[in-house]
Design a protein around this ligand. Sequence first.
Ligand code: GDP
Ligand code: IMO
Ligand code: MG
Length: 433
Amino acid sequence: MPGIVLIGTQWGDEGKGKATDLIGTKVDYVARFNGGNNAGHTVVVDGKKYALHLLPSGIINPNVIPVIGNGVVVDPEVLLQEVDSLESEGIDCSRLLLSESAHIIAPYHRITDKLTERSLGNKKIGTTGRGIGPSYADKVNRTGIRVHDLLNPDTLSEKVEGALESKNQMLEKLYGREPLDPAEITETLLKCAERLRPYVADTGLILNNALDNGKTVLFEGGQATMLDIDHGTYPFVTSSNPTAGGACTGTGVGPTRISRVIGVSKAYVTRVGEGPFPTELFDESGEWLRSHGGEFGVTTGRPRRCGWFDAVINRYAVRVNGLTDIVLTKLDVLTGLKTIPICTAYDIENPDGTHTRTENMPSDRDVFSRVSPVYEQMPGWTEDISGVSSFEELPANTQAYVKRLEELSGCRISAIGTGQDRENIISIRSLLD
Ligand code: GDP
Ligand code: IMO
Ligand code: MG
């Protein structure tokens, strides 16, 4: 013991990479449990920036064993490119452990992701186009290819042929595309397999043994609560469970081993891709947050949609994940604003023209897409907070803003991010014991 879960509370890009790196210096294992290379996690150490997609952020720390759990979907070519790129920067990746049960993303998953999006027209999800949804769909359909299949050429070619029987029909008949050659795809995958073989392991067993031996495991989520396939803004979600429960199913570790669940929340909100976003700003304030916060996607480079902090979704995230702590990030970005609105509730216009006010996330997602945010205004601050190392040293208005977010979220804020670098953090209490 202990197992610590770290997840996003909003629509992703809250700063999970930085928070993982912060805790990662004191843990033994960092395991990714969901998603794939749709994630983009940034870690900045001594001014040097690392953008991680499939590899757990713990890889930057030489004392951590990075693990890719069974719940992750792995694009073998992308994984090897990421390993090569990090090793060329002097980061040793030889400790990596890859679950033999993780499903793979094959070239046909990437192709169908893009074609499906195109065919949806203005109903598109705005996916990252990395083949995430189609790979998880094959997993659930029980036709997926897993990492251990890669290591067995006969099984692999049989499975690729099986998968392409229906996918080629779809490509040709539905989309008027050329069929894909199973032999070519098998060969590409087999080439990757040889290089991946040394990393492949029974990661569920290793993580449970580690916990039995008193080691600390940090479970690093990709995406976030509001992108969860079950609990997010369906259908504008990803195809996995980025919520805390996903840490167990995505690694093979039971819930009784988890002692802490940390939610990472941005001091405002961003979203990439389509879907409802009640506090989204369409005026110059949104543009201001985007430029001050550098809100452009790590994975796709898309500009992120920006809005004010939404306490309704944060309270929901506290509930769905059973959060014990919040790490509040990017507080420094708000410096210079005269007043800062916080969404405390939603106003819902009913079909008969009456209005209802709610402080809870509406369970009907269609209702969620037409709520109006109810704001409370907090006074801003102008002082540079990036070098501040304790909560008490923060300007009074900054302290009041943080306290209000804590009160409205219903969960203690245990650390505050005040800049990109590893050093720019205010630790209020330990996240480890
Ligand atoms: P993730 O997907 O949750 O890991 O987040 P991303 O890495 O996609 O996006 C977060 C961005 O904010 C990155 O560029 C981080 O370097 C940056 N960041 C994280 N924490 C802070 C912070 O406290 N202040 C500032 N200014 N930037 C931060
Ligand atoms: P990190 O881990 C922000 C979004 C996409 C799209 C939806 C579905 O960096 O926070 P997908 O490719 O997963 O099928 O796309 O989910 N999305 C993310 N948004 N951060 C992410 O990851 C995301 N991963 C997926 O933009 O709206
Ligand atoms: Mg990101």
